[in-house]
Every structure is written in C-alpha cells, then in structure tokens.
Design a protein around this ligand. Structure first.
Ligand code: ASP
Ligand code: MG
Length: 415
C-alpha cells in the first residue's frame, strides 16, 4: 500500500488558523496518496505544560494514573478540531484516540512503551476512504487504562504507526526546516542536512538535539521506517533519517550539539579500595538519579577523586547522597558546580578517521575554553565545559569540522 503517516507537533497546531493550514496540507497529501493518509497530532501549543501546571496546583504529587487521564485530553482536542477542519474542506476524516487506534502499551503510567499496535480499525477506515487522525502520545493498557508515552511521545506514536502499517516514510512536520548541523540560533553557519543515519540521529537526540524524540528514532531503526523531518510552514524537502552505509557518509562529523542542563559533583580523596564506586553509584541508582559522565582520578596510592555529572534537576538529591557516602568513607569534601554544560560531536565517519578527538580539543584550546571532563563512544565525543562558554564552544567546534556538503566537492570533505 502506498500510504503515508504524517505527524504535526504542538506548534503546528497551536491555534485555529494553523489547524486549518495543517488540514490543507493533509488534504493535498490525500490527493497524492489515495491509498491513505494517517495523521498524528500533538496537543495544541503549550497545552500539555498548562495541564501539568493545573495538576501541580492541586497536588504536589499527583497520581500517575490521573496525570495520564488529564494529559491525554490535550491530544483529543487537536484530533477533533483537525478532523472538523478536514471535513470543512470536503474530505472524509475521522479522529481516533490512542485506544481506538489500537495502540496497546505496557502497564506503566506516564512513560509507557508501546507493545503492540492492532491496525485492524485503522485499515478498515482507510479502506473506506477516511483520513485517519490519531491522538499522539497516548495508548491503552490491555485492560483499558489510558496511558501516555512520556513527554514528546507523539513522534514515537507516528513512527510506530508507520512501522505497523508498513508505510515507507513517516513525515514529522515541525517548526524548523529539518535536522541542522547544529543549533542555527547559536551558530549562524549551521546548515540543514539532507540525510542522516539512524545511529547519528539517535546520538544527537540523546545528547540534546530537540528535533526528534530519541525513542522515535530507535523505533524507526527497528522497523526500517525512514523519517522525513520537514517544516509545516513551507514545502521544502527536509532531512531524511534513514539507514545509511558507511560508504555513503563522507564527513567525519555530522553534527554538534549541547546540553546545558548538566551539573557536576566530585568527592575528594576517597579511599582507593574495591567497592567504593559500587557503593556511591549504587546509592545514586537506588534514588533514581542517572549519572552521565564519570571520572576517577588518582591522587596517590591511597585516595582517588571521583567526579561525575547528573541532570541539574537531580543535583540536590545527588549532593545529599554524595555527602552521605563521603561521611561513611571518611572523605573530606564533596564539591559541586551547577553551571556546567556538555558539548558533543557526532559522526559515523569518525570511525576510522584518527585525530578527530585531538582536533576537537584543539578547537577548544585555541578558544581558551577549559575542558573539565571528556567521554567518548564509537561515534561521539563529549566535553564538559563551563556553561557560560558553551555557545562559543559550539561555534569553534562547528567551524573546525562541519562543512556544507552542498557547497563543496565531496573529495574536500575528509579531514
Ligand atoms: N503533548 C505531549 C507533550 O507536550 C506530546 C508531544 O507533544 O509529543 O509532551
Ligand atoms: Mg510537544
């Protein structure tokens, strides 16, 4: 079947005028894809944030089940309005909640994973000529409890539906033209990528790029669905996120990204003996604090300093735990810095291209930016720097590596 799944985010359906605009685009697609168009929408504008605020006004710890009941209403407003707008244009359209669309999730409120999609109802409606408008971000457990997939979950709904319906492409419409080499608001020379591999997109999404939710990328990779990220405000081609062979990739670094919401802690002079790291990180895990980078430095033969980073929201609990552990071990002090940021480069091309890390460190050194911590994987390198220096760091790293492929001959791109 030649069908298409399209997702429109909250900013694309923020008001009635934009919903009408989305309806016209969806209608054009229906003329192009007569086999079927399935549309997934998010809640209008900042609706979900507003609903979260209402819940917090009532309760400091609202129950997860009722949060899902509440937040799921946001998407129901937009599916109904979009269906009405399509009907106004003379098209057959019908809205479906996650449950009606057959989206079955695990039994976990506020962050459920999709376990199965029963496509019978959607396929029947498509065969009857309907444009099917599905509420993003929500599903149902096997025993009819409404669940949500975690903030930003509509991307995952769309990609999972594309996978289940075997649509070759899932279009994600957003307020930017596609995936950029870095944030154009920080680095004016950033340019749109015409394509990017699943692996690179997943790293970028996990490291702070907001254009796609990481889970949607994992899902696309698993089901071999290409994602086309494009603007809802113009008809330019956006960025294709897809399987790419290494040979197709002629660039060592694909993107530069940053995460400003990091905090650093260090326990000084902990005894150098087995079990210390297990004790500290075990206690943090128990408190549900996820730790990102870890560095252990050797002072002498007797003690080590252990430094690590956490999300800034977790700083307070991480500090309490670290201080407790330090007391237990007789370590003299815990220091912390709430004002750090992580800057990262990502690229499948760095495999087999030596010198990328050195070049990144050199760019930072030339700009007099001190590197506080480093971590690497096969296709990424991250450095922790002072938060006030992160914009400059992104600029100098982008200048060093990222070349506009459309502007130069591909032979020039390899370092
Ligand atoms: N409305 C939900 C949120 O704001 C889901 C989404 O937009 O993807 O998180
Ligand atoms: Mg949203």
């Amino acid at each position: 079947m030649n069908l298409i799944v399209q997702k429109f985010g909250g900013s694309s359906v923020a008001d009635v005028e934009r919903i009408r605009h989305v309806a016209r685009r969806v209608a054009d697609s229906k003329d192009q894809y007569p086999d079927g168009v399935v549309v997934v929408v998010s809640a209008m504008g900042k609706t979900t944030d507003r609903l979260v605020g209402l819940a917090r006004d009532i309760s400091s710890s609202p129950s997860a089940r009722e949060m899902d009941m509440l937040l799921a209403t946001g998407e129901q407003v937009s599916i109904a309005l979009l269906s009405m707008a399509l009907q106004e244009l003379g098209y057959k359209a019908i809205s479906l909640t996650g449950a009606q669309a057959g989206i079955i999730t695990e039994n976990l409120h506020t962050k459920a994973k999709i376990v199965n999609i029963d496509t019978v109802a959607i396929k029947k409606l498509l065969a009857e000529g309907y444009i099917v408008v599905v509420a993003g971000f929500q599903g149902t457990t096997a025993d009819q409890q409404i669940t949500t997939l975690g903030r930003g979950g509509s991307d995952t709904t769309a990609v999972a539906l594309a996978g289940a319906l075997e649509a070759p492409v899932c279009e994600i419409y957003t307020d930017v033209d596609g995936v950029y080499t870095t944030d154009p608001n920080v680095v004016p020379q950033a340019h749109k990528l015409s394509e990017i591999s699943y692996e690179e997109m997943l790293e970028l999404a996990q490291l702070g790029a907001k254009v796609l939710h990481p889970r949607s990328v994992e899902c696309a990779k698993k089901y071999h669905t290409a994602i086309h990220v494009r603007s809802s405000f113009n008809t330019h081609e956006g960025t294709y996120v897809k399987a790419m062979k290494d040979l197709e990739i002629h660039r060592p670094v694909t993107g530069v990204t940053s995460d400003l919401r990091q905090a650093k802690l260090a326990i000084r002079e902990v005894p150098d003996k087995p079990g210390i790291a297990a004790q500290l990180f075990g206690a943090l895990a128990q408190a549900n604090v996820s730790v990102d980078m870890i560095i252990q430095s050797v002072n002498d033969n007797l003690t080590n300093d252990i430094a690590f980073t956490v999300h800034e929201d977790d700083l307070k609990s991480a500090l309490n735990i670290a201080e407790q552990v330090a007391r237990d071990l007789g370590a003299p002090e815990v220091i912390h810095d709430p004002e750090v940021a992580k800057v990262s480069i990502v690229g499948v091309g760095m495999i087999g291209t030596p010198g990328i890390a050195a070049a990144m460190f050199d760019a930072l050194a030339q700009a007099q930016i001190n590197i506080q911590m480093i971590s690497t994987s096969e296709i990424k390198i991250s450095c922790v720097v002072a938060r006030q220096e992160v914009r400059k760091a992104m600029q100098v790293i982008h200048d060093k590596f990222v070349i506009d492929e459309s502007a130069v001959n591909s032979d020039d791109i390899l370092l």
